[in-house]
Design a binder for this molecule. Structure first.
Ligand code: PLP
Length: 467
């Protein structure tokens, strides 16, 4: 039994101004976890203790799972710190911040080719999820008003989309009491088809959802075909069904890299679009955008004119208070990078993603899920002769610090097991090479291990669905 003392007495240890942070007793005590302590601690000690603990988190740079920005320029960081104390909702006090939001909405509406005659409208949100909820809610409301005006029942709204949509869409259906009509995928088709949509829509359809860059495979729904179908339906059956495009990641990519692809307000039925500023808008987490093609697409009853702190302010959001800094950071990127800057960055990302995809395919060990890469995302599955799963591979890579998610695709493609890598702004060619080398090493090591069938089944059972 060890006889040394392990506790430091508070009485004998009196910290002074010169006591080094790591020489203070807080480093020999456990950090408060359940109860707010009666007395605090010096700021340096609190900072240091928390900072060290957070090292147990994954490293954002090695996180290939997330689309969200992990690095911004120092000037952007400075602007963010400068505005961190500004509540966005106080727009009477911070009118300039409000103006900046409006400028960004205008820039995005033009980027998405809003028709010249229409007056676009939009708002900053916390991310695409809030933007999707708000966009769909507006369509639900418009549908209801329309049905009421025709003296028809409005108690059974539905929404139609492919199973390739993000979880935010199913959440909307549940939270806002709308019947969800999800069109299943197939083993070798991971997007929706216009025929699939046609089979499901009816007079109670508030909106059709389409994705520009799915989270699962980085593919694009056939938005133009869906639009043509709905234009036709409008002419023949009189149902005017809007499309909401979920451009969470694609909205900041396609306009710069493939401006010829028509997916946006150039299409007649596309009435609203969401995009995540914190994905390829290249801003830190906490900002998304919702843009309506025309101000009439947002029913005015849903806009709250809040009389608050001395001014009237129009508000269309699910939350009240929130920070201003990511909105300001978005504006910084738009004027700092310009179209050319976004294009330069995105081209590099795409080229690096395609490079990684080629290498993985040429290794003879993987099959590409998506052979036409339009977004910087690589999704692969193992060749059938592998005697382990992508879940093993993902776990093995984690030992090196790489976070590479593995998951199954949505129904009915849920027997397809994929591994996905999102290439982000600060991921250069050398990082791609190192990731590839480590994937090969992990593969070799797993290849030399014999897994029994039960072990593999167990891995499959424990997987969590990742978006
Ligand atoms: C990321 C993503 C979302 C959710 O966006 P947040 O900004 O994280 O709320 C929705 N749809 C798609 C296609 C996405 O990629």
């Amino acid at each position: 039994m060890l006889s040394n003392k392990i506790n430091i007495s508070k009485k004998t240890r009196v910290e002074t101004e010169t006591t080094p942070t790591c020489g203070s007793r807080y480093f020999a005590e456990t950090i408060p976890k359940y109860e707010i302590p009666d007395e605090g601690m010096p700021p340096r000690a609190a900072y240091q203790l928390i900072r060290e603990e957070l090292n147990l988190d994954g490293n954002p740079t090695l996180n290939m799972a997330s689309f969200v920005t992990t690095w911004m320029e120092p000037e952007a960081n400075q602007l963010i710190m400068d505005s961190i104390g500004k509540n966005f909702v106080d727009n009477d006090e911070y009118p300039q911040t409000e103006k900046i939001q409006t400028r960004v909405v205008n820039m995005l509406a033009r980027l998405f080719n809003s028709p010249e005659k229409s007056e676009s409208l939009g708002t900053a949100t916390i991310g695409s999820s809030e933007a999707i909820m708000l966009g769909l809610l507006a369509h639900k409301w418009s549908w209801k008003k329309h049905r009421q005006a025709e003296d028809k029942p409005y108690d059974r709204p539905n929404i139609v989309m492919g199973a390739d949509v993000h979880t935010a869409w199913t959440k909307f259906a549940l939270y806002f009491d709308v019947e969800l009509k999800l069109i299943p995928l197939e083993k070798d088709r991971h997007i929706v088809t216009a025929e699939g949509i046609e089979r499901e829509i009816d007079e109670n359809t508030i909106c059709v959802g389409a994705v520009l860059g799915t989270t699962f495979t980085g593919q694009m729904d056939p938005i133009k075909e869906i639009n043509d179908l709905l234009v036709n339906i409008k002419e023949t059956k009189g149902w005017d069904i809007p499309i909401h495009v979920d451009a969470a990641s694609g909205g900041f990519i396609t306009p710069f890299l493939n401006p010829e692809i028509e997916w946006d307000f150039r299409l007649e039925q596309v009435k609203s679009i969401n995009v995540s500023g914190h994905k390829y808008g290249l801003v830190y987490p906490g900002v998304g955008w919702l843009i309506f093609c025309d101000k009439n697409d947002l029913p005015e009853e849903l806009i709250f004119e809040v009389n608050y702190l001395g001014g009237l302010m129009p508000n269309y959001s699910l939350n009240f208070s929130k920070g201003s800094n990511t909105i300001i950071a978005q504006y910084y990127n738009l004027i700092r990078l310009g179209k050319k800057g976004y294009q330069d960055i995105l081209q590099i990302l795409l080229v690096n993603a395609i490079y990684l995809a080629h290498k993985l395919e040429n290794s003879g060990r993987f099959e590409l899920i998506n052979k036409n890469i339009l977004f910087p995302l690589v999704a692969v599955k193992l060749k059938e002769d592998a005697n382990f799963t992508v879940f093993h591979l993902s776990e093995k890579l984690r030992q090196k610090g790489w976070i590479v998610p593995a998951y199954t695709l949505p129904a009915n493609a849920d027997d397809v097991e994929v591994m996905r890598m999102v290439i982000k702004e600060n991921f250069g060619r050398d990082m791609v090479e190192m990731l590839y080398t480590d994937i090969m090493k992990a593969y070799d090591s797993l290849d030399q291990t014999t897994f029994v069938k039960e072990e593999i089944d167990e891995k499959r059972k424990n997987l969590t669905l990742l978006y």
